[in-house]
Design a protein around this ligand. Structure first.
Ligand code: 6R9
Length: 652
């Protein structure tokens, strides 16, 4: 359906579903009615589409808030639900993974094959001493073995902690220590931007003594997938994946585990320097990821080819690459590399090659394609696409319209899905075939989810700007922060008592649609990745040049926000610092400490930082500088001259 775009007010456009789409859609308006009539029964009903070894009789236990228990007396095996079940139902020959390596190699893996790989891997892990309740760190590129590893860990009732391959040895060490992982699964290296990027050296380094830390002492083995074929050092604790798998039996019976058995820990940035280990459990998580994956993406598993471009190192990869699609028996594309390798049409080429029907990606990617121009996607046949999704940050109406027009040929519905590592699954989104889409708005809570926009005092707003809260517990909610129940309570539940505070600002418009306004805390969103200002500040002050540092997220046309740092150099280091390229030195230091995604775009060397009388850094003023704006109100500054000094001393 061709729509006229109102250039002046693109967000005022409304795109109703086409009658054909509506007629064939998985989601029905009755879902909202069912959830409104009996919310818990609605979720119980969604849960019953999974296979339960022991059916549950209780839906929600909220007797000890904010610690929820869903389907508590039920037992299931998450991996069985993603694998064996489909084979037993006669779908073993359906392709589960259409994997595309960056250099152009590829593998198609059926459900029967994936099931047998996971059974073998479960036997390998058992031989390495992994049991229910243990934690396994996974540090892998986007190769099938990443998914096989996650499912093998889940099959045994152990919990995985996937660490994004772009994180440094230091970040990996902190995550291994916090979770007390027994095993690390890694690869020699993976392909990125046309060359092999090594991974194993970071694992080796993370286990050796580091700075003040002694040698890591919970990890007993490192299981190494061969992918990059780069040279690696070999230690006694190392085991080659292909050797262990060659000897492993393909027989393995999945045992039932309680619904609340931990499934994974995933670390995310918070407002302090220390990343939070977000804990998710089994039955409720799988229920909501499977249900949303079906309804929000209009999944027809027998005919669709689904592609979510996220890495399994992030929550989107957990919920909408591994667990949601596989629980639903979907066929999906997985791509190892970057969008521009070996050429900038790579994604569109993959869509054409596999006939992708559903594409789920991030606004930052869409904006960078917009910048390159429509002539690139126009060289490829994208006519198989029938649904587009967005996640990770607000999508501006211009990017939304470009996505629909250039990629979706003005036909495809777009779902803008709001959710978080903590929520585990999609919380706010249009339902394709049901909702009239509005560019730039995530729109409405999905059936069974209750959202409110409140003022600072917690009063619900009819419309206007406020803070986003979730007012009732939901199945895939985090069950806590690993090892830190107090921080869980303080971070999410203290502000509004019995309601979950998401940390996002939101606007409710006259139609009741939600518009996300970005984080209201010291968390930045760079290319859809969450980064903590405090974590980058502490990396900066760990460098011998730095006396003090302040970091802000400045708006950036492509990445949404960009990391901008203000640093004060120690007097004693001034001569050395000035003899080197300070900005380059500090940028690479941050990349080394945290990972390349945290590398500041700009570093400003300043003489002082603007602080309130109580010593709090006024980030608002720094953001003004970083975004090139007139500096705002400085009256609460302890030293009102500071901003002038900064303005004069900026070195970029
Ligand atoms: C899934 C994921 C969560 C934060 C969240 C919010 C932002 C995510 C969004 C969105 C506007 C959307 N966010 N989706 N903002 N519209 N559709 O991204 O999880 O990495 O934990 O980030 O991302 O600020 O609070 P996570």
């Amino acid at each position: 359906m061709e729509q006229q775009v109102d250039q002046a007010q693109p967000e005022k456009q409304v795109f109703p579903p086409s009658p054909e789409f509506r007629d064939a859609a998985v989601a029905r308006p009755e879902l909202y009615e069912a959830a409104a009539t009996d919310r818990l029964e609605f979720w119980a009903d969604q849960a019953r589409s999974l296979h339960w070894h022991t059916p549950f009789t209780q839906t929600l236990d909220w007797s000890d808030p904010p610690f929820a228990r869903w389907f508590d007396d039920g037992e299931l095996n998450v991996a069985y639900n993603c694998l064996d079940r489909h084979v037993e139902e006669g779908n073993g020959d359906r392709v589960a993974l259409l994997w595309e390596g960056e250099p152009g190699d590829s593998r198609a893996i059926t459900y029967a094959e994936l099931t047998s790989e996971v059974k073998k891997a479960a036997n390998v892990l058992t031989d390495l001493g992994i049991e229910a309740g243990d934690r396994v760190a996974i540090y892998l590129p986007m190769i099938p073995e990443a998914i096989v590893s996650m499912l093998a860990v889940a099959r045994l009732g152990a919990a995985h902690s996937v660490v994004f391959g772009g994180f440094s040895a230091d970040s990996l060490r902190a995550r291994i220590d916090d979770a007390g992982a027994k095993l690390v699964i890694t690869a020699d290296g993976g392909w990125r931007k046309g060359k092999v990027s090594p991974l194993k050296p970071a694992v080796d380094a993370s286990l050796e003594p580091r700075g003040d830390l002694p040698a890591q002492d919970t990890v007993t083995n490192v299981l190494v997938v061969r992918r990059g074929e780069n040279e690696v050092d070999w230690n006694d604790r190392d085991v080659w994946w292909h050797e262990a798998m060659a000897d492993a039996s393909p027989e393995h019976e999945a045992q039932p585990f309680p619904a609340e058995n931990p499934l994974f820990i995933l670390y995310t940035s918070g407002t302090t320097g220390k990343p939070k280990g977000i804990l998710h459990t089994s039955g409720g998580y799988l229920t909501q990821v499977a249900s949303t994956h079906r309804n929000v993406f209009d999944l027809h598993p027998e005919s669709d080819v689904y592609w979510c471009t996220a890495d399994v190192g992030w929550i989107t990869g957990h919920s909408y690459v591994t667990y949601g699609p596989l629980a639903n028996g979907a066929t999906q594309v997985i791509y190892e590399g970057t969008p521009d390798a070996p050429h900038s049409g790579r994604w569109w080429e993959i869509i054409q090659k596999y006939g992708v029907t559903i594409l789920y990606t991030a606004p930052t990617a869409i904006r960078s394609f917009m910048k390159l121009g429509r002539q690139i996607p126009e060289q490829f046949d994208l006519s198989s696409l029938r649904l587009l999704g967005s996640v990770g940050e607000p999508i501006n109406p211009e990017a939304w319209l470009w996505y629909r027009h250039v990629i979706g040929a003005d036909r495809t519905p777009i779902v803008d899905t709001w959710w978080q590592t903590e929520t585990g699954a999609i919380m706010i989104s249009a339902l394709p075939g049901v909702t009239d889409a509005k560019p730039g708005s995530a729109q409405v809570p999905i059936p069974g989810i209750t959202i409110d926009v409140v003022d600072d005092a917690g009063t619900s707003l009819d419309h206007g700007d406020g803070l986003l809260v979730v007012s009732e517990p939901w199945p895939s909610m985090l069950r806590g922060i690993w090892g830190d129940p107090d921080r869980y309570r303080e971070t999410y539940w203290e502000k509004f008592g019995d309601r979950y505070f998401a940390g996002d600002g939101a606007r409710l418009d006259e139609d009741g649609d939600v518009w996300l306004l970005g984080r209201v805390d010291d968390v930045m969103n760079v290319s859809g990745h969450r980064l903590s200002t405090a974590e980058i500040e502490s990396a900066l002050v760990a460098h011998h040049f730095t006396a003090e540092a302040a970091v802000v997220g400045a708006s950036d046309e492509t990445t949404g926000q960009a990391v901008v740092a203000f640093v004060i150099i120690k007097q004693s280091q001034l001569a050395d610092a000035e003899a080197s390229d300070i900005a380059a030195e500090l940028r690479s230091h941050v990349a080394k400490q945290i990972g390349p995604i945290a590398r500041p775009r700009d570093i400003y060397v300043v003489a002082e930082l603007p602080k309130t009388r109580s010593g709090k850094i006024m980030r608002r003023l720094l953001r003004d500088v970083a975004e090139g704006r007139e500096i705002g109100d400085t009256t609460t500054l302890a030293d009102t001259q500071v901003m002038r000094i900064i303005g004069d001393k900026v070195v970029r």
